[in-house]
Design a binder for this molecule. Structure first.
Ligand code: TRP
Ligand code: SF4
Length: 328
């Protein structure tokens, strides 16, 4: 028996931040030790919303992959590739689009939400409606058993399973496994304004930030809003800085800080300085690798090419079977 297969992808959003590190990359890194992992750059998916100006997608993809590698995604263990370099994804997407009822797509909660949320972009397109069909093609192309995704993506996985069942009904059982979402608990990573960390909110600490930039961002980070003066006691539970302490500061020291906060024994700047020390120390190896990788784009491109070649072989095998099943 081979190892079970895991597949996941990310839209190329450029430089990644602490939210990506703790919400996805560390998980990917652990999974690559246990599963046969495929991780890919979902650049066609980016086009579903960025079609009007695709000029930055390529560079964003590069920056993102540098962050993957710096975070410890190991191309010797996992297959990393670029979606648009494997045209089989388009063929499978087309075939799946023939059997996917429109109602399934129109009912998809992510579709309805995004239409409302992404104001300023016209998402009333065929491509955007079909996003989950493309995602299904990505997943089943590699016969993935598990797909690590956020809870927001669970409806897409349900849809993928329904599409697989319909495919089997029409063309014969057992061609694809039904992919399951792999949900893991992640620490909450607030941004500097206390909202969820996100590039679009301008509140992110990037993996590529320098120690000085990190320091500056933490020093201006929001704290417990009730703690206005140094003499006001604070509540760590209401403080986004403390949420980061939970990730980066050893428990004993953290308890001391918590006590200092609730008794007004320490000031927020003292508290933040401790965080800055731990945060920068923890990111240092990653940042070093990142600088090295970013200075050697040929190496990054070669690793991606090698991974893509490996993925393409698998995609070709799958498509040969799919065409045979349809009698094409
Ligand atoms: N939709 C995913 C996201 O926005 C990205 C993605 C595309 C993906 N295809 C995938 C994730 C296949 C997992 C598997 O985050
Ligand atoms: Fe937040 Fe620390 Fe200030 Fe308390 S002392 S409010 S935990 S930054």
């Amino acid at each position: 028996m081979g190892r079970e297969r895991v597949l996941s992808g990310m839209r190329p959003s450029g430089r990644l931040h602490l939210g990506h590190l703790h919400g996805a990359l560390q998980n990917w890194k652990e999974l690559q030790e246990v599963y046969d992992c495929f991780y890919f750059v979902a650049d066609w998916h980016a086009l579903t919303s960025e079609y009007a100006d695709p000029s930055s997608i390529r560079e964003s993809a590069f920056d993102m992959v540098v962050d993957w590698l710096a975070s410890g995604i190991d191309p010797e263990k996992a297959t990393i590739f670029v979606q648009s370099q494997i045209i089989e994804h388009a063929e499978l997407h087309l075939l799946l689009s023939m059997i996917t009822p429109l109602g399934w797509l129109e009912r998809c909660p992510t579709y309805k939400e995004q239409l409302v949320e992404m104001k300023g972009k016209d998402l009333h397109t065929f491509g955007f409606l079909g996003y989950p069909v493309l995602q299904t093609a990505d997943i089943i192309m590699y016969r993935a058993d598990w797909v690590p995704v956020g809870v927001d993506q669970v409806p897409h996985l349900e849809l993928a399973r329904e599409i697989v069942r319909r495919f089997h009904n029409f063309y014969g059982e057992g061609i694809f496994p039904e992919p399951q979402p792999k949900l893991t608990e992640f620490p909450k990573i607030p941004g500097t304004d206390g909202r969820k960390m996100s590039k679009s909110y301008g509140n992110a600490i990037f993996l590529s930030d320098s120690e000085e930039e990190t320091e500056k961002k933490i020093l201006t980070m929001m704290t417990d809003p009730a703690r206005v003066r140094r003499t006001d006691p604070g509540d760590p539970e209401k403080c986004p800085v403390f949420a980061l302490h939970r990730v980066y500061t050893p428990a004993g020291e953290r308890d001391e800080l918590s006590k200092g906060c609730t008794t007004a024994g320490i000031g927020c700047v003292d508290c933040k300085r401790v965080l800055i020390g731990h945060l920068n120390a923890s990111l240092q190896p990653l940042r070093r690798r990142r600088i090295e990788l970013a200075s050697d784009p040929d190496r990054v491109q070669r690793l991606l090419r090698e991974g893509t070649a490996r993925a393409r072989e698998e995609a070709r095998r799958t498509m040969a079977e799919v065409r045979a099943a349809l009698g094409l």
